[in-house]
Write a protein that binds this ligand. Structure first.
Ligand code: BG6
Length: 294
């Protein structure tokens, strides 16, 4: 399908009515809807959908570099490349119940090899589980033929749609060590209970647990994020001031989004030729009452 932007996208639909959309540009999930048609991910009303700018919202893929942890452009180049669909993907070994998925492939172009001189194959599988869960599995393989290893950092830069950021609480990151990107490279330890939001946040929690809950009190909805192979978790909300410098982000939109990003940043991943890395994120959206006492 082609969206209004003219960019190609794949639409996944699951029997109960959940759906997801993935743009080939960026290999980026730009929509995930529940069986009532409610959008669960945030995409800015000002998102441009015009290469070479990355799409503001959904789930940008940060690879081969997260943020400014290296010499490449911020968050690497995967989010502004055109990915290809694999028409004949391998079967789904994780769960035979999953029938609705698409595999996108990214390989470096000649130009990419000039800025990051490594041959790789990145297979991104986007799947809708039978209960509407959104599953992203990344498999990155070193295909260098000259024996060279490579290292990379990575994140699923997930923009969740929330009713009101001041009504949102995160569970699963309390007591962890983190680096606050707004305060240099020093390590802090999270004190107290669940995390709430009152100002700009740009932090990376180190060695975060496999399960993180994003509780939206007003919507009475909880997102449960499960991750595997991705030790860290970034929290980001630009708040009002930062937003003013972002052309593709509305002035008030920070109230309705929160990025929670499973990532591998503190310890870059190193692959020898022929080796493959796998990083998985699974999202579900459940009524909040269902989650209490988890
Ligand atoms: C977050 C980073 O993951 O992404 C922030 O921690 C950054 O520092 C944000 O500002 C958005 O980045 P971009 O390039 O999409 O505007």
């Amino acid at each position: 399908t082609k969206g209004p932007s003219g960019l190609e996208k794949v639409v996944l639909r699951e029997a109960r009515g959940f759906s997801a959309e993935v743009h080939l540009y960026g290999g980026q999930v730009t929509s995930w809807k529940n069986d009532r048609g409610d959008e669960l991910l945030f995409v800015s009303n000002k998102a441009t959908f015009k290469p070479p700018k990355a799409i503001r919202g959904g789930i940008p893929i940060c690879f081969p570099q997260f943020g400014t942890h290296g010499n490449l452009e911020k968050h690497g180049f995967a989010r502004n490349r055109f990915w290809a669909i694999d028409d004949n993907p391998p079967p789904f070994p994780e769960s035979t119940a999953v029938k609705t998925f698409v595999d996108l492939i990214l390989k470096p172009s000649e130009e990419d090899l000039k800025i990051w001189p490594h041959s790789f194959e990145f297979r991104l599988r986007v799947a809708l589980g039978p209960g509407g869960d959104l599953v992203l599995i990344s498999r990155i393989r070193n295909t260098n033929t000259d024996g060279r290893p490579f290292s990379f950092t990575f994140a699923y830069h997930t923009y969740f749609s929330v009713s009101d950021i001041s009504e949102v609480r995160i569970e699963g990151l309390e007591t962890l060590d983190y680096i606050d990107y707004l305060r240099g490279k020093e390590r802090f330890t999270e004190q107290g209970d669940a995390i709430v939001f009152e100002s700009e946040v740009d932090k990376i929690y180190l060695d975060a647990p496999a399960k993180i809950a994003i509780i939206d009190h007003e919507k009475k909805r909880t997102f449960v994020l499960r991750k595997d192979g991705l030790p860290d978790a970034v929290l980001w909300n630009p708040w009002d001031k930062k937003t003013k410098n972002m052309q593709d982000f509305g002035d008030e939109e920070y109230k309705h989004m929160l990025c929670v990003e499973p990532a591998a940043v503190e310890m870059p991943i190193t692959l020898k030729p022929g080796e493959e890395w796998k990083g998985k994120m699974e999202l579900s959206a459940v009524p909040s009452s269902y989650c209490s006492g988890q």
